[in-house]
Design a protein. Structure first.
Length: 97
């Protein structure tokens, strides 16, 4: 086998690879476009969810302040109970010596 005959399979393999890349190029381009669209949509969704969450947090905060103003003694007792519960949970999670 001569050097020229050995190069024939390489050339045909290279040609096949080039043809495959040209055939796949439109599908790759469309995939990139769709990925960009999905990325834009997910960014919009994240923005709307995060702004909605801050609206909810603000509403809960306002409600909590209003409740505390209407029922200061009950709010104080609830806060003390929640604090005692947190201290108890924290102590129970610490390793014993």
């Amino acid at each position: 086998m001569t050097a020229t005959n050995a190069d024939i399979p390489r050339v045909s393999t290279s040609d096949a690879l080039d043809q495959l890349q040209r055939a796949a190029a439109p599908a790759i381009k469309e995939g990139k476009r769709q990925a960009g669209v999905l990325l834009d949509q997910s960014g919009e969704l994240i923005h709307s969810v995060s702004s909605g969450a801050s609206d909810i947090a603000a509403a809960v905060g306002k409600g909590l302040i209003a409740y505390t103003k209407r029922n200061p003694l009950t709010a104080l007792i609830l806060a003390l109970g929640a604090g005692a519960l947190l201290v108890g949970v924290t102590k129970s999670m610490q390793p014993r010596r």
